[in-house]
Ligand binder design. Structure first.
Ligand code: SF4
Ligand SMILES: [Zn+2]
Ligand SMILES: [Zn+2]
Length: 313
């Protein structure tokens, strides 16, 4: 199998594009995908200051690498979630990458911010770990971006993530979530920063191939809390369909963006207010983050006045 751009033996095959590439031409393909997505959805301009959410996984590190390579002002933000060895390794990998590129990495610890990490938070809130974790990440990305003068937050979500989320939203007919699902979300409140997903046209396997060719070390293991998540089941189902019919995943998500989302968006009339406690956007008087924080502080005051984190195992 030869590269479609040159006579060299191909190292990556993309069945859905009916293409195969040698390593240099594969990197060119990925860079072109990023450039095309950024331009088509007007995600950001060269003068924007981009805050990149860094988990330590392949997608976020590939995105950061691509943005730095393209000359953007891209600073990483890693939130230490306190999920045992997984979080320790994620922080190390993120720090090593930043150091290798001479890039700035902002590190933030949930333990320091809240007084506890994701495992104890889940028990205090009596909600699955991903619920509290997601709430914290969404809130903190926006807050830190605002406080430090970033104009856009970029995440490494890929085509598999987006197609699986879409499948979940469709199976439950979640209209509001469907209307908000987009690779480029404009700010609709003065305290909300634009959010973009520049890798939304690349699959997980494609970002992994990019990291392999670029020699990027990333955390291969999934977060232990992802086990049994619906999103993994949807990804598996979509992958099985993709094997039989290459390109289905892409058609599913792109078709939604082109044909369904504009209609749903027109229906959306949610007015966002400023949270009475922190000023961040919310649909009620007090945002869900502040309500969560109150519960956490009450728990700490009653159960662990000398620090909850020591019990956070
Ligand atoms: S799997 Fe859940 S707990 Fe783990 S990092 Fe993702 S959202 Fe957080
Ligand atoms: Zn080639
Ligand atoms: Zn608030």
């Amino acid at each position: 199998m030869r590269c479609i751009k040159c006579p060299v033996k191909a190292s990556v095959e993309l069945r859905r594009h009916n293409s195969s590439f040698c390593s240099p031409h594969y990197l060119e393909f990925v860079r072109n995908q990023l450039a095309r997505n950024v331009k088509r959805l007007r995600m950001f301009a060269p003068e924007d200051r981009i805050l990149v959410a860094i988990s330590g996984g392949k997608d976020s590190l590939a995105l950061w690498d691509l943005l730095l390579e393209a000359g953007y002002s891209a600073v990483g933000l890693h939130i230490q979630l306190g999920i045992g060895e997984y979080s320790v390794r994620s922080a190390e990998v993120s720090q090593d990458f930043a150091q290798s590129r001479g890039a700035e990495l902002i590190e933030f610890s949930l333990d320091q911010e809240l007084g506890m990490g994701v495992p104890l938070l889940s028990r205090v809130l009596r909600r699955p770990p991903c619920s509290g974790c997601g709430l914290n990440k969404r809130y903190l990305f926006n807050k830190i971006a605002l406080e430090r003068g970033f104009t856009v937050v970029a995440t490494g979500h890929n085509l598999d993530d987006e197609a699986a989320t879409l499948m979940g939203n469709v199976l439950r007919w979640q209209r509001e979530q469907l209307a908000r699902q987009s690779p480029s979300l404009e700010s609709n409140h003065p305290q909300m920063v634009r959010k973009v997903k520049p890798l939304y046209t690349l699959t997980e396997r494609e970002t992994a191939s990019y990291c392999l060719i670029r020699g990027i070390d990333y955390v291969v293991e999934e977060c232990p809390n992802a086990k049994g998540a619906h999103s993994l089941l949807y990804k598996d189902i979509l992958n099985r369909i993709e094997t039989e019919s290459p390109g289905t995943k892409q058609q599913f998500f792109q078709g939604f963006l082109a044909r369904m989302r504009p209609a749903l968006q027109r229906e959306q009339t949610v007015d966002l207010l400023a949270c009475e406690e922190c000023g961040q956007p919310t649909t009620g008087e007090v945002c869900s983050y502040c309500r969560m924080k109150d519960r956490v502080q009450n728990y700490i005051a009653v159960n662990a006045p000398n620090g909850a984190s020591r019990r956070d195992t």
